[in-house]
Design a protein around this ligand. Structure first.
Ligand code: BES
Ligand code: MN
Ligand code: ZN
Length: 486
């Protein structure tokens, strides 16, 4: 689907949509349509769609009204996204190939207009490449969306949001691909391709290099896999020369069988998206690089496949992490923290980070606690926590803060090593966060985002179809805008 901004769209497009604020009087359309809209209880509520056929300038048109909600609503931007997305949802597989969307009546700013377009575009993302037999009436038909009636400055505002959409789409693609297609090396290759020629610097470590650096935890998780583990870093120096970088770290378990502590069969296929943290970091970096963000940011991704095998690590094994701390691996299914602890330590050795935010599909317990509405946030710094919460609200990628504390930390003391990789059943998400905190140097603001409930959706949402949501990309992009770019 292509979005074109145009002062005067071609007149031969059948679908003619108009954005309408709640309660606004309808003018300039056929009186039968006005009556039809009223009879159908169309009020302009957010995302409401009314369609009527009418003869306009001698040709039959589908005249569409889409509700933008109250013009002074506190969540106006989100409502505008929903309005755009509602149009895509209705016409994507309608058989129509083009649509005109007129924004002139809704009293929008350039940023508001860009929000409508972002909703339109994000709701149109699909992954059909493995469907060779999709019936023609189920295939997306909508190719061109001509937007008109936008305020001055919309081009620049849209250029920025289109970069974010590109990042979200990249993440959704990585997350959706199955584990026979996306594994550590192919994840790296996908990033090398996406970032080629952008000015971002890419660093890749293979297993031998990680072994030499002493990353016994990350390498240990990948021991049972035929696929080589990788550590990937993407660096963007768009900020001032002396500005300390912000570092994002992602869990990239390209498939999580649980290892020797094998997961039960039903639902195991979901674990192809256990790289959603790394996927979000890659997509966020792509949006920042694409819109040439004025910020120094580094994305670090720990990429491994967790498989059972003769070489796999066993429950009870003791491994030594890059930090020197030893870990008793009681459960090989608690692998995300093992991947992250070495990635986090490496990132702190490598870069003088101003702040670190990690993202991970770390615990099922997080889904039990927060469902699919909020990612869980753990932070050692109130300012960082507040900034992330705010970015979550603005972007729609919502976060809810969870506690940390010494009494939780005690629960992961090991009788044989420094730490064990699982605590008791209670507070499972918190003890996972405590594990990570043991690898954060004092004084570095750090937040851990457990996004297990957010990466994948079993039903369509406002701006996504069912499947990969792209959660995290907009959050991180917004965070960079608010906190670093000012
Ligand atoms: N990747 C899983 C967490 C997960 C579960 C993410 C379901 C998304 C949906 C993680 O590696 C895991 O297996 N965690 C265990 C930890 C336990 C062994 C302490 C869990 O949550 O059960
Ligand atoms: Mn696991
Ligand atoms: Zn996992």
């Amino acid at each position: 689907m292509q979005i074109h901004l145009t002062a005067a769209p071609t007149s031969d497009v059948r679908v003619r949509a108009r954005l309408v604020n709640q309660g606004a009087a309808l003018s300039g359309i056929d009186s039968a349509l006005v009556e039809g809209a009223a009879a159908s209880r169309f009020t302009g509520r957010t995302g409401q769609v009314f369609e009527g056929f009418a003869t306009v300038d001698g040709a039959v048109r589908r005249v569409v009204l889409v509700g933008a909600g109250e013009p002074d609503a506190a969540d106006r931007r989100a409502n505008l996204e929903r309005a755009g997305a509602a149009l895509t949802a209705k016409y994507l597989v309608s058989g129509e190939t083009a649509m005109v969307v007129d924004l002139a009546d809704a009293g929008l700013s350039a940023d508001d207009a860009a929000a409508v377009l972002l909703g339109l575009r994000l709701r149109g993302w699909r992954h059909d490449k493995y469907r060779t037999k999709l019936a023609s009436d189920k295939r997306p038909s909508l190719v061109n969306v001509h937007v008109t009636g936008m305020p001055e400055g919309t081009n620049a505002a849209w250029e920025r949001e289109a970069a974010v959409a590109k990042g979200v789409e990249f993440t959704r693609g990585l997350v959706t691909e199955p584990a026979n297609i996306i594994y550590p090396a192919s994840f790296v290759a996908a990033c090398e391709e996406a970032f080629a020629g952008t000015g971002a610097e890419i660093t890749v470590l293979g297993e031998a290099e990680m072994e030499a650096l002493g990353m016994g935890a990350l390498v240990g998780v990948g021991r049972g896999s035929e696929r080589e583990s990788k550590l990937l870093a993407v660096r963007w120096n768009g900020g001032e020369a002396g500005e300390r970088p912000t570092v994002f770290v992602g869990k990239g378990v390209t498939f999580d069988t649980g290892g020797i502590s094998l997961k039960p069969g039903p639902g195991m296929e979901d674990m192809k998206w256990d790289m959603g943290g790394a996927g979000a970091v890659a997509g966020a970096m792509l949006s920042l690089v694409t819109r040439k963000a004025k910020a120094n940011v580094i994305g670090v991704m720990g990429l491994v496949e967790n498989m059972p095998d003769g070489k796999a690590q066993r429950p009870g094994d003791v491994i030594t992490t890059m930090s020197g701390q030893t870990v008793e691996v009681l459960n090989t299914d608690a692998e995300g923290r093992l991947v992250l602890c070495d990635a986090l330590h490496w990132a702190q050795e490598q870069y003088d980070a101003a702040r670190i935010v990690d993202l991970a599909t770390l615990t099922g317990a997080m889904i039990i606690a927060l469902g699919n509405e909020h990612g869980g946030m753990f932070a050692n710094d109130d300012t960082l926590a507040q900034q992330l919460t705010a970015a979550g609200k603005t972007s729609g990628d919502k976060l809810w803060r969870m506690p940390l504390g010494p009494n939780y930390d005690k629960l992961i003391d090991s009788p044989i090593a420094d730490i064990k990789n699982v605590g008791p059943r209670e507070a499972g998400s918190i003890t996972a966060a405590q594990f990570l905190q043991r690898f954060i140097r004092n004084g570095t603001p750090w937040a851990h985002l457990d996004i297990a409930g957010m990466v994948w959706s079993n039903k369509p949402g406002h701006t996504w179809d069912k499947g990969a949501t792209g959660y995290g990309v907009r959050l991180l992009d917004q965070f960079v805008r608010d906190v670093i770019e000012g």
